[in-house]
Design a binder for this molecule. Structure first.
Ligand code: PXL
Length: 277
């Protein structure tokens, strides 16, 4: 495998096992040089804590980009997650245009919503901005809630295959690359990850664990990016990312005091083993 240079742009939640504190170790463990651009610094993530601090770092972006351009830096992949503000969208778009190398990949996890709701601080303008970034991506990784916001579709707790197929086709009108829709569930036992690339749509099905944990979307996306850039096929990268995420959740469920995140560190060895299979 060639050694790849990957840039990830997402927030640093100092405590909470999500976004950058998950992406940097996981993508690095997959064997890549992992460069970071923090979109914001928060004392914790915004799910379940109150009184967290937030420092948006948008204004640092142009100078950092210009410095990297001056140094002749470019990236084999640019992977974005939770961003700090609507203003940052244009800066991130400029980074896509100017810092991705010729065959580089743009991978957007539109991390902005879950369980039918936008995360704290995001609004319709942000959703529009995220749809714009998705339109520039080679691969997008929304969950169902994010897919609904991106496409203006009514969110439903329970649904059938035709609802999901329509959601995926609407996402493909936004992103001409590969759409990977996570967290699709038609029963209590299974989760489907739907992969829709050009004209073919397929799913990877894995077991569903009833507890839901913060940061699992970020764990999945980071492991997907690390595996895909490790020359795995799209399907195999989804399989590895799903199996790893399930293992991380299994390693967390017994500890009820650990409500705010997922013990992803305990399964990094399993992720690395899956990469060499
Ligand atoms: O895991 C997504 C995420 C990332 N970053 C911050 C968040 C969340 C979800 O709530 O609050 C700051």
């Amino acid at each position: 495998m060639a050694y790849k240079r990957i840039l990830t742009i997402q927030d640093i939640s100092c405590l909470g096992q999500c976004s950058m504190t998950v992406a940097l170790p996981i993508v690095s463990a997959c064997g890549h040089e992992t460069c970071i651009l923090p979109s914001a610094v928060l004392s914790t993530h915004t799910g379940g804590f109150s009184g967290y601090t937030v420092n948006d770092l948008s204004e640092d972006f142009p100078a950092i980009k210009n410095h990297w351009l001056k140094e002749g830096i470019s990236f084999d992949a640019i992977y974005t997650g939770y961003l700090g503000s609507t203003k940052q969208i244009q800066y991130v778009s400029d980074i896509f245009d100017e810092l991705k190398n010729k065959d580089g990949k743009i991978i957007v996890d539109p991390a902005m919503a879950d369980n039918g709701k936008l995360y704290w601080g995001f609004d319709d303008e942000y959703v529009k901005g995220m749809a714009y970034l998705c339109s520039k991506a080679d691969i997008i990784l929304p969950n169902i809630t994010e897919a609904c916001f991106l496409t203006g579709t009514e969110y439903k707790e329970s649904y059938d295959e035709s609802y999901i197929n329509e959601l995926v086709s609407k996402l493909k009108e936004i992103c001409s690359g590969c759409v990977i829709l996570t967290g699709v569930s038609y029963n209590d036992a299974e989760i489907h990850v739907v992969i829709s690339d050009n004209d073919s749509t397929t799913s990877y099905v894995h077991k569903r664990i009833s507890q839901s944990y913060h940061g699992t979307g970020d764990i999945f996306s980071s492991a997907f990016v690390g595996s895909y850039m490790h020359d795995k096929t799209m399907f195999d990268a989804v399989k590895i990312a799903s199996d790893y995420t399930v293992k991380c959740i299994e390693n967390t469920v017994d500890d009820t005091s650990h409500w705010y995140g997922t013990k992803f560190e305990t399964a990094i060895k399993d992720l690395v083993a899956m990469l060499s299979e």
